[in-house]
Write a protein of this length. Structure first.
Length: 328
């Protein structure tokens, strides 16, 4: 295990002999009385040392066991330890390479393992902090810009701009919930919270002999799992790409949220009605307000133009979003 920014295996384990394998015993060993360090088991086929008190048996010196190259927690054997002697002359204490290399290598390995142990401990602490603070979490952090869910978006919708244009909410036409006006609903789910409000409007002092239909539909979504920003603009720009007999104009609207777009249907004149959409994104909150109106040719009331409707929608949306931010 390694700490971030450091190579996983910076140094190699010190070798028992810097030149490879331990050298084979000499072919012609000295007499026992002249070589007190003679090995116990001579090379097969060669005469052994004379037995007797002058030839004490010595235990063979074996190199320390070494893990395979690349073993977990150890570096490849080809790499050298920092400061390790390159030959016999560099062995600690001026000892011959065969014995001093082993002793020096043991002390170097001990220090190296202590350093690795400290690095492992530091990595464990660092990992614990990341887990505690969510550093390893794949969950996104939604930016709801202070907006909160409400189960009655109609109560939060500002109707003042429409009332100033001489529109009012139609009275209920029945006793069932399906006939209620306005209507609202909402749902709280793991990935998002959704709210909507549908209001049927009518012009004040409108003649009952004429037919007209005016609707205001608002919806708001609090996105909790996916940022809507990358796709938001294209959702509205796509209206201009429709290859149908109905054309739309899309405009950017400054001053509302992080971004906003106004969609206007081109084939509806001020005499027959208008169809206008305002879409707003603020952080991970999206809001849409849609106006749809139609009046027969014999209608006595004057229909607002698309530009007038756009102004009403922008004014209403600005106030409605403020109310949603204060809904906590």
């Amino acid at each position: 295990m390694s700490t971030p920014g450091e190579p996983s295996q910076p140094y190699g384990l010190p070798q028992p002999n810097p030149y490879g394998q331990v050298p084979a015993p000499p072919q012609n060993p000295l007499p026992a009385q002249q070589n007190p360090y003679a090995q116990q088991n001579p090379v097969p086929g060669q005469p052994g040392p004379a037995a007797g008190p002058q030839a004490p048996m010595q235990a063979p010196m074996q190199p320390p066991s070494q893990p395979p190259a690349g073993h977990y927690g150890y570096p490849p054997a080809a790499l050298g330890a920092p400061g390790a002697p390159s030959g016999a002359g560099g062995a600690p204490g001026g000892s011959p390479s065969g014995s001093a290399g082993v002793g020096g290598g043991g002390r170097g390995a001990s220090g190296w393992l202590w350093a690795i142990g400290g690095a492992v401990a530091a990595s464990a602490i660092w990992g614990s902090l990341l887990f505690a603070t969510g550093g390893f979490s794949s969950e996104p952090s939604p930016d709801l810009a202070g907006y909160a869910y409400t189960d009655d978006l109609c109560a939060a919708t500002s109707m003042t701009p429409f009332e100033n244009a001489h529109y009012k909410t139609k009275a209920n036409t029945g006793s069932s919930s399906k006939d209620a006006n306005p209507q609202h609903s909402g749902a709280r789910m793991k990935s998002m919270d959704t709210m909507w409000c549908n209001v049927s409007l009518e012009q004040e002092n409108a003649s009952s002999a004429t037919y007209s239909s005016t609707w205001l539909y608002n919806s708001a979504t609090l996105h909790r799992k996916a940022d809507p920003a990358p796709e938001f603009a294209d959702n509205y720009r796509a209206y201009e790409k429709q290859e149908t007999s109905v054309g739309y104009k899309v405009e950017s609207v400054p001053g509302i949220g992080d971004e906003a777009y106004l969609v206007t249907r081109n084939d509806m004149g001020s005499d027959s009605g208008s169809y206008v959409i305002l879409g707003v994104r603020d952080g991970w909150m999206t809001f849409q307000s849609t106006w749809s109106s139609y009046a027969s040719g014999s209608s006595s009331g004057k229909q607002p133009t698309s530009d007038e409707v756009a102004t009403m929608l922008k004014t209403s949306a600005t106030e409605t979003l403020k109310r949603l931010q204060n809904a906590r």
